[in-house]
Ligand binder design. Structure first.
Ligand code: C2O
Ligand code: CU
Ligand code: CU
Length: 425
């Protein structure tokens, strides 16, 4: 609803709940419910106001992952809300249409809070965007939040890195009834540590149309789509009348050796979501080839770079340091376009995430990025031994006292201190 200042208002309460799983009922946390949270949705240009309330027995936060907004509204570890407390962040949506999400970000406890169920989708629409895609929410445009909670004795075990089954939108063994020729899946990896490699059971293509920060320049037909924790992808699946298909996750290719892949959950395979087509399907818009050819301009001009920085990922450190509350590791000048060179030489993969901006991947080990990395991103799986050059521009919001974060989005690593802070001044 809109308030009398014309702001779009969302009420979000973090609370305790429970979830029925095959092994029994488990205690969970959720926003406005038992597990996960409502899909929030707003248009570019709109001012939003979130009325957050913490009804948990512990302090928490809520962070808007992928959102361009003032640091004081970002919901990082500097904006803790005590039990019984409230918080009312507000900002104006100003970025391309995208599938974003929200989750807590308490210092050292993000994995705990997210694993218990605190996460939800935040869809940004852009009325100026011309491409016609399936967009009837819940009919041919489906949120697919993938989590893998493990539980024992009626409780989620937030310290277990890999659950032994996956849920979609909090449902075990989920299926979707499809009534149109094409269905759009907004995939979000909301799991703390697990990487998924999504694929259809019959090997037919997933047509990727968007990545973290919005549409790809062009559609990309892939046999599989890999998402590390925090990443999103939108894919289109064409269905035949009466058929059933299953979206699976196969063993992901993590670009590392066999033993470490096993310990990264890399060998596991899951059925994720069954798609059941009706006997008659309504026509869908034709899948376009051109989507948003200019979208990467949002990240800045690669010929006009003001500053270059290096981020070395190794152990649980970035540039040899760990998260220190109250310390700005990097100082960025408002309006600057920067190249962040992320070098992973730490012997294992990491998922690198930057707050406030959407970046463009300029190169992967000196080469042009693959099609799935050709759009805007805020989180990227960095393979061991590989260097990524990311282009981004810091606009609109300066605050010398409140930092933004960059960190590994493998939540255990984040909690272990694999995180740094930057201020924009
Ligand atoms: Cu999804 Cu710093 O977070
Ligand atoms: Cu974030
Ligand atoms: Cu990591």
């Amino acid at each position: 609803s809109l308030d009398d200042h014309g702001r779009r208002v969302f009420d979000l309460t973090a609370q305790e709940g429970s979830l029925d799983l095959s092994e029994g009922t488990v205690d969970t946390w959720g926003f406005n419910g038992d597990y996960l949270g409502p899909t929030l949705r707003a248009e570019r240009g709109e001012e939003v106001l979130i009325r957050y309330r913490n009804e948990l027995g512990t302090a928490s936060t809520v962070h808007w992952h992928g959102m361009h907004l003032p640091a004081a509204m970002d919901g990082g570890p500097h904006q803790m809300i005590e039990p019984g407390g409230t918080w009312e962040p507000t900002w104006t949506i100003d970025q391309p249409a995208a599938t974003l999400w929200y989750h807590p970000h308490p210092h050292g406890e993000t994995m705990d809070h997210v694993s218990r169920g605190l996460a939800g989708m935040f869809i940004v629409d852009d009325p100026a965007q011309q491409v016609e895609l399936p967009s009837d929410y819940g009919v041919d445009d489906l949120p697919v939040i993938v989590t893998d909670p493990s539980s024992s004795r009626g409780e989620i075990e937030p310290s277990r890195e890999f659950g032994d089954r996956v849920l979609v939108n909090g449902t075990e063994g989920p299926y979707a009834e499809v009534s149109t020729e094409v269905v759009r899946l907004r995939l979000l990896n909301g799991s703390p540590m697990r990487v998924y490699q999504f694929r259809l059971d019959d090997g037919s293509p997933l047509v990727q149309v968007a990545s973290d920060g919005g549409l790809l320049p062009q559609t990309h037909e892939a046999t599989s789509v890999r998402l590390s924790p925090g990443e999103r992808a939108e894919v289109l699946v064409a269905m035949e009348p009466g058929e059933t298909r299953t979206l699976r996750s196969i063993a992901p290719d993590l670009g590392q050796n066999f033993i470490s892949e096993r310990f990264s959950g890399g060998e596991d395979k899951f059925d994720v979501l069954q798609l059941r087509a009706a006997d008659e399907l309504a026509a869908s818009p034709e899948v376009p080839v051109e989507l948003a050819p200019d979208i990467v301009e949002h990240a800045g001009d690669p010929e006009a770079v003001d500053e270059a920085r290096e981020f070395r990922l190794s152990g649980r450190q970035i540039n040899g340091a760990q998260m220190r509350m109250g310390h700005a590791d990097e100082v960025v000048t408002l309006g600057d376009t920067e190249v962040w060179e992320v070098v992973n030489n730490g012997g294992e993969f990491h998922s690198f995430h930057v707050h406030d901006v959407q970046f463009r991947v300029l190169t992967v080990d000196g080469r042009e990025p693959p099609a799935e990395l050709s759009g805007l991103k805020d989180t990227i799986l960095t393979e061991e031994g590989v260097t990524y050059r990311l282009l981004m521009t810091f606009t609109d919001y300066a605050d010398a006292t409140v930092p933004y974060m960059y960190h590994c989005h493998l939540l255990r690593h984040e909690d272990q201190g694999m995180m740094g802070q930057f201020v924009v001044v």
